[in-house]
Design a protein around this ligand. Structure first.
Ligand code: XLS
Ligand code: NI
Ligand code: NI
Length: 438
């Protein structure tokens, strides 16, 4: 069989002193960290759309990377070549999973029936490759934002015909996710939002989005899908206002509509920062609600106001993210590299370098997060900070038995309270640095 990345060797771990650009410096799959192998902590996935599809097209110019894999783009031959190229890349990098949208896999035909036939054919082919290699599917999704029909959204559309088309795509994408054994099914509501309230019935749209999700859950469960449904929050881009603004908003929506038992969050670093939060913040919100499902592993650029989907290299960010993941007891849905090369890094070798960077950055984050927990100073500080609530009165408040009048009487008796104690932020930041850099 043709080799699509002949200049990319199998990538092995060589340690932090290695200067080999085609080696892992920190990601050592079988190394035990906090009681588990690195590869078990970090189920990495390749995103079909970026790794095998994105060419670097932007608003000002065409793509720079050739992702034709020697075939004519838009043909089934090309779709099959993408499968071969993708599995070759994942094998060389030791990546165990992939994620896909329906339209990443095959060119869309004029009718749903014909598109679905193509999807059946390609997923048969993928299944064969999966059996040969042991590579698995992390999650599937339907692209309900690129085609012009979705200009006003899918679940939030004003057109009942478009709504039905979205239902058909979700149904097929769920069929494929089950066929490929995917762990999760994602809803990213790219165009589930609005530009102006002058033409929008917000309540109508939210109700309809929830109904579509409920139908997806009912159908998914009926065909034996046991994994998590996932919402991937994002505040804006392409729409000005997106309904799944951030984790807190999406969780509130799920609870409002009774969908919270079947759904969790897929948190993307760059989406959290676009919402004005840290990556860690949205992970924590998800975790404390029991809804930390999976991660879209990338990073944004703090100087740019949109989703740049960069491969992660910010070790502070991945350390604090992995701290959340370890504290939550791991992440069932894994780490999907929803990330792409920069436009001027367009060669096949650049793709390998990007994954090496991303995997190493998360491995380093895992190592440093485990060290923070083992060091214990930060956790102890947080615990001690709330110590006054360990008193008898504090316990009474926490168990919900105290009354406002009772507390007011305590306050009157005690007089003005002492200051609540220093937050020691700068000290804790220096602890973090010393754990990170030794
Ligand atoms: C875009 C989203 C998208 C989802 C899948 O910003 O991150 O790639 O992950 O539809
Ligand atoms: Ni994104
Ligand atoms: Ni994403």
């Amino acid at each position: 069989m043709a080799e699509y990345f002949p200049s990319v060797p199998e990538i092995a771990y060589e340690g932090s002193k290695s200067t080999n650009p085609f080696a892992f410096k920190y990601y050592n799959a079988d190394q035990i960290v906090a009681g588990k192998k690195m590869k078990e902590h970090l189920p990495f996935a390749l995103a079909w759309w970026h790794a095998l599809g994105a060419t670097g097209t932007d608003m000002f110019g065409p793509g720079t990377a050739d992702k034709s894999f020697g075939k004519t783009v838009g043909t089934m031959e090309h779709a099959r070549a993408k499968v071969d190229a993708g599995f070759e890349l994942m094998q060389k990098l030791g990546i165990g999973y992939f994620c896909f949208h329906d339209v990443d896999l095959v060119p869309e035909a004029d009718t749903i029936g014909e598109t679905n036939k193509r999807l059946d054919e390609i997923t048969d082919y993928m299944l064969k490759k999966m059996e040969e290699t042991g590579i698995r599917c992390l999650w599937g999704t339907a692209n309900m934002f690129s085609n012009a029909r979705f200009m006003n959204g899918a679940g939030s559309t004003n057109s009942v015909d478009v709504y039905c088309h979205a239902a058909a795509q979700i149904k097929k994408a769920l069929d494929m996710t089950v066929k490929l054994g995917g762990r999760g099914y994602v809803f990213w509501g790219g165009r589930e939002g609005y530009e102006s309230l002058l033409n929008t019935d917000m309540k109508f749209e939210l109700d309809n989005i929830a109904r579509l999700m409920k139908m997806a859950v009912d159908y998914g469960r009926s065909i034996g899908f046991k994994g998590d449904f996932l919402i991937e929050p994002k505040p804006k881009e392409p729409m000005k206002h997106q309904y799944d603004f951030d984790a807190a908003t999406a969780i509130g929506f799920l609870k409002e509509y009774g969908l919270d038992k079947d759904f969790k969050m897929n948190i993307e670093a760059n989406h959290a920062t676009l919402a004005g939060h840290t990556f860690q913040h949205d992970l924590r919100i998800s975790a404390i609600n029991g809804m930390l499902g999976s991660i879209d592993a990338n990073q944004g650029d703090y100087l740019i106001g949109w989703d740049t989907d960069e491969f992660p290299f910010n070790v502070y960010e991945t350390t604090l993210a992995m701290y959340e993941v370890l504290k939550a007891g791991g992440i069932p849905g894994g780490f999907n590299f929803d990330a792409k090369n920069r436009r001027s890094a367009y060669t096949p070798e650049d793709i390998a370098h990007a994954f090496i960077l991303g995997m190493d950055t998360f491995a380093l984050g895992l190592l440093r997060a485990a060290a923070i927990i083992e060091d214990g100073r930060i956790d102890q500080f947080v615990k001690d900070r709330y110590a006054s609530f360990e008193t008898e009165l504090g316990q009474k408040i926490r168990s919900g038995k105290a009354t406002l009048a009772e507390l007011a009487a305590v306050a009157e008796k005690n007089g003005a309270p002492a200051l609540p104690g220093s937050g020691r932020q700068e000290y804790l930041e220096s602890v973090l640095n010393s754990v990170m850099f030794g």
